[in-house]
Design a binder for this molecule. Structure first.
Ligand SMILES: Cc1cc2nc3c(=O)[nH]c(=O)nc-3n(C[C@H](O)[C@H](O)[C@H](O)COP(=O)(O)OP(=O)(O)OC[C@H]3O[C@@H](n4cnc5c(N)ncnc54)[C@H](O)[C@@H]3O)c2cc1C
Length: 420
């Protein structure tokens, strides 16, 4: 069974003419082969992007992605879809800006409509001290060639007039705006990368859980899976919230904790939130989907967990933040709530590195923000797997930085994963 031809206006017309009876599966359903050159564990956005760039940029062949559930069942299909590159530290800005540039060309590159929508990300500030911190971040961004605008309250009011500007506790004084930030339809990213990788010969193997990593003489040899043994010259682990569990199969203990992060969506209302708005006095952020639902989120659960579901205390906390920012939210009915498993690192920054086990590589520690990183993480992980050295923009994301003191702590919180 082959997959679809290139999508174009002509293929749509051709299918319309045939009553849409000729569409083929978006990727092949393949059984695992006995061995591959590279096996990526985890069919989330990062794993699929890695496989795609391995084949498209580095000319690698004999690649498989093994996924324990179905493509898109993890965080890539559960996040709040926000992309941005508004970081402060030199270890982060070039990486996230590369990701933003890749988003900007992604749909042409993978021939898939991922609904990349650069409608702006606005971080609100509520005090003079917070304004100064945002001015510093905006300046750092501009020094790296990233767009940033510091807005006063009047300018914010023109953009989002429905906020509670005169809130007694948290008056809105202004905001830091990145106009190129925005949203991307999350599951389309998984489907688009899967299709593009499949077209280059990558085997995408669903319902195939890795249950063991065979190591011989300090070298990774292959994977025991729920569908049998698969040999591999190189193994790339890209399993987000399951990173510690999978690494433990090779005897590794990671500087990562897993927590639940929840998201919420309301009933559909007429368009009124143009871009992404984040509250500066609590953890709450909001955007509006193309269907009209208000999409919002907040803090992770404060304890470790592998449960991918929501709960009432966090819902209450998030709604309190929302009400302080936008009192009219109280009139809207909540439709759905869900949770995903996030891999919180000790400094809030990711890890893209080799491991002490030869042939075993790690892409993890994405915390709250790995969706926006999907294209760059895929490219940089593919680079590491192919060149055996880090990509220029990911040099700081080393596994040993916690031992050497080279943490990349964007928030300056210290080693408390639940605070990043
Ligand atoms: C509610 C929520 C909101 C978020 N909002 C944003 C946002 O707005 N912007 C942003 O940038 N980031 C956001 N994030 C974070 C972002 O979604 C993640 O950092 C990112 O998706 C992680 O990479 P991934 O897509 O590869 O992960 P996943 O999609 O989770 O992929 C990992 C895959 O590994 C598979 N796996 C696990 N164990 C095994 C095994 N043993 N064998 C085989 N496969 C296995 C899983 O089934 C899963 O499919 C959010 C996360 C959540 C949960």
């Amino acid at each position: 069974m082959t997959t679809n031809d290139r999508y174009s206006i002509f293929s749509i017309l051709r299918q319309a003419w045939r009553g849409n009876t000729g569409w083929k599966p978006v990727w092949r359903d393949v059984a695992p082969k006995p061995a591959y050159d590279v096996v990526i564990v985890g069919g989330g956005g990062h794993g699929l992007a890695t496989a795609y760039y391995l084949a498209s940029q580095y000319g690698r062949r004999r690649i498989a992605v093994v996924e324990k559930g179905w493509i898109g069942s993890g965080n890539v299909g559960r996040n709040t879809t926000i992309i941005r590159s508004n970081y402060l530290l030199p270890g982060n800005v070039p990486f996230y800006e590369l990701s933003m540039k890749l988003w900007e060309g992604l749909e042409q590159d993978i021939n898939y409509n991922a609904m990349v929508s650069q409608r702006g990300v606005l971080n609100l500030y509520h005090s003079d001290a917070q304004r100064d911190a945002y001015a510093r971040r905006g300046n750092a961004m501009r020094l790296h060639g990233v767009d940033a605008e510091l807005l006063d309250a009047a300018k914010v009011r023109r953009l989002v007039p429905f906020l509670d500007f005169e809130n007694a506790r948290f008056p809105i004084r202004g905001g830091l705006l990145q106009r190129r930030g925005g949203t991307v339809r999350h599951d389309a990213v998984a489907w688009g990368y899967a299709r593009a990788a499949d077209r280059l010969g990558v085997d995408i193997i669903q319902n195939c859980e890795v249950i063991g990593i065979r190591v011989d003489g300090g070298r990774a040899m292959g994977l025991d899976t729920s569908r049998g043994y698969i040999g591999a010259r190189q193994i790339g682990v890209s399993v987000a919230g399951s990173s510690s569990r999978v690494a433990a199969m090779a005897g590794l203990r990671l500087p990562i904790e897993s927590h639940v992060l929840q998201a919420f969506v309301s009933e559909a209302v007429k368009p009124f939130v143009g871009g992404v708005v984040t509250f500066g006095a609590g953890h709450f952020y909001i955007s509006q989907s193309d269907k009209g639902g208000l999409v919002f989120g907040g803090d992770i659960d404060g304890y470790n967990s592998y449960a991918q579901r929501g709960n009432l205390p966090v819902m209450e906390d998030v709604c309190e933040g929302g009400m302080a920012l936008m009192p009219r939210l109280g009139r809207v009915r909540m439709l759905r709530q869900w949770g995903g498993l996030v891999d919180m690192s000790m400094d809030g920054s990711p890890i893209i590195d080799r491991t002490p086990v030869e042939g075993l590589y790690l892409n993890a520690g994405w915390c709250y923000g790995g969706f926006k990183a999907t294209p760059a993480a895929g490219l940089c992980f593919a680079h590491l797997l192919s060149c055996d050295e880090p990509h220029d923009v990911a040099r700081g994301y080393r596994l040993d930085r916690f031992a050497t003191g080279h943490a990349i702590d964007e928030k300056g919180m210290g080693p408390y994963p639940n605070l990043h």
